[in-house]
Ligand binder design. Structure first.
Ligand code: TYM
Length: 344
């Protein structure tokens, strides 16, 4: 490249809007995280400067088995890449490798109100599920998440619908901070897909599909074996009407399956209704299962291939942490100065 072209490329990079998102490696990745989040990330790399994190620091708000956490984190790096996130075009990193997140989180803890944190639905849900371990980290989790986003001056945060409340809190905290110290943080927008924003459990379709669900038949995993995926879809809860049409209020099970099928095949709800007119739910559930198996097959195979090359994966997350730290450290230095910490 000639000097001028290099300069132009750098200019373009600098002008690109920035994206930050993350997933907790607290277990195997679910179909919910794939359809609600990861699937939408790969297409953004050309237009945006993208940072995707493995939110390992968030996972310890609930007890983890250390060796499992390490395994899930490494597998998730491989699954990100296998899902189309090219590490040359996206910054892929592990949250705990970039200490600036914890540094900014403490500052933001002091600008986030007790009342705000008390209203968070995820806190209420998780403290009900972990009644014997309602720790301070579980409570202040949204301040760490705000730090994750604000530290990169992110414009957009692509997440599933369940994370919208946290992104809104992040904006409130940033607005409060900016109100005192001037324009320190960019205000981020949540970026939520129209279909797939809330994938529901296959066995209790009025609650979110989640890896922490006690009923494992309700949750499909991204790297699960095809026969297990098929079994779960064949057992999915529907209703007694035997008619495939979209009505989340009165037909939550069928509507959830339609959403999944729509995202997996690109078909609209009308097309799906036509395709299964006159068919029983058995055919429909098998078709959804097969579409999901085919959607996930290449990702599973590529993840397995990448996991055999640990040195490559290490190279990816180390380079990612370096790139991420360069941006994150700048924001922390600015924030420390603003709040009045004496420079070292
Ligand atoms: P987590 O790890 O619970 O979920 C990761 C992403 O997957 C989406 N998701 C779903 N989308 C649709 N249907 C579902 N059933 C479903 N389950 C999960 C989530 O909305 C999310 O986008 N706090 C975050 C992790 C995080 C983060 C961040 C995200 C930490 N820092 C900064 C964005 C920006 C969480 O627990 O996601």
């Amino acid at each position: 490249m000639k000097g001028f072209e290099v300069f132009q490329t750098m200019e373009n990079e600098m002008q690109k809007k920035r994206i930050l998102s993350g997933i907790q490696p607290s277990g195997d990745l679910t179909l919910g995280s794939y359809l609600g989040a990861i699937r939408n990330w790969a297409a953004l790399a050309d237009e945006y400067d993208c940072y995707y994190m493995l939110a390992d620091m968030h996972t310890i708000t609930v007890r983890q088995v250390p060796a499992e956490l390490r395994r899930h984190t490494l597998t998730q790096v491989a699954a990100y890449i296998a899902s189309g996130l090219d590490p040359e075009k996206n910054t892929l990193f592990v949250q705990s490798h970039v200490p600036a997140h914890a540094q900014l989180a403490w500052v933001l803890d002091c600008y986030t109100m007790f009342g705000e944190l008390s209203r968070m639905t995820q806190f209420k849900d998780k403290s009900a599920k972990n009644a014997d371990n309602i720790n301070a980290g579980l409570f202040t989790y949204p301040a760490l998440m705000a730090a994750d986003i604000l530290i990169y001056q992110a414009d957009l945060v692509p997440v599933g619908g369940d994370q919208k409340q946290h992104v809104e809190l992040c904006r409130d905290v940033a607005t409060r901070f900016n109100g005192i110290y001037g324009d320190v943080f960019k205000l981020p927008e949540p970026y939520i897909p129209k279909v797939g924003a809330r994938v529901m459990s296959l066995t209790s379709p009025t609650s979110k599909m989640s890896k922490s669900d006690k009923d494992q038949n309700g949750c499909v995993y991204m790297l699960e074996r095809p026969e297990d995926i098929m079994r779960k879809f064949k057992k999915a809860v529907t209703d007694s009407e035997a008619s495939v049409h979209y009505d989340p209020e009165s037909k939550p099970g069928v509507s959830n399956l339609m959403q999944i099928y729509s995202v997996a095949t690109g078909r609209t709800f009308e097309e799906i209704e036509r395709e299964f007119a006159g068919h029983g739910y058995g055919d429909f559930k098998a078709a959804v299962g097969e579409a999901v198996v085919e959607l996930l097959r290449p990702i599973r195979e590529e993840t397995e291939r990448l996991l055999a090359d640990k040195a490559y994966l290490e190279g990816v997350y180390r380079a990612g942490a370096e790139r991420a730290s360069r941006v994150a450290d700048r924001t922390v230095a600015k924030v420390y100065k603003k709040v009045g910490f004496l420079p070292r």
